[in-house]
Design a protein around this ligand. Sequence first.
Ligand SMILES: Cc1ncc(COP(=O)(O)O)c(C=O)c1O
Length: 200
Amino acid sequence: MLIDKGKGMWVDDPDGNTFLDFTSGIAVCNTGHCHPEVVEAAKDQLDRLIHTCGADFYHAPMIEVAEELAAIAPGKSKKRIFLGNSGAEAVEAGFKLARWHSGLQNALAFSGAFHGRTMGALTLTASKAVQKRKFVTNRHTKKHNKKIRDLMLRKCFENGLLLLSGGDSTIRFCPPLITTSEQIEVGLEIFSDVLKTVAG
Ligand SMILES: Cc1ncc(COP(=O)(O)O)c(C=O)c1O
């Protein structure tokens, strides 16, 4: 699907069709699409300074966000903040820190966990999404039914609800944190109507 613009939990395609977005850029746009405060802060920063390498120079927003994160991070010990550009980069940093701290070489990861697509994170990934809702061909054998899952996603899409897939049997709900109970109700109503038509 081609998305043209978004506001809060709603997105429009270029033909003007509107969808309720329960994906939030895979749980990344937690303030919803184009939150006015986020847009204002981004525009202000673009006018002021676009980039300088954080390893060479600091600037006020970096320090402020680091202080805010340190203030809410659990534990009493002194905090150090690492700002990365992705989940995979955070996993890589954690992986390196654990090796440095322990002096050990190997790491254990859970089967079924997803940690990212960069080289180190990928070595920890045995990718099947963790949030599983199983659509199965047979309730006893639990054999996955990707066809039904894909049909569910398509029908939800046709009824104006965007959801994410994962693995071959998973549907993921990732609404942003600004969701209202009305929007959740609308989304769940579309989902349960579709579930009734597809799964009977
Ligand atoms: C649990 C988990 N770890 C790591 C990642 C990797 O994050 P990114 O795609 O930002 O590199 C993801 C992304 O979906 C994730 O869900």
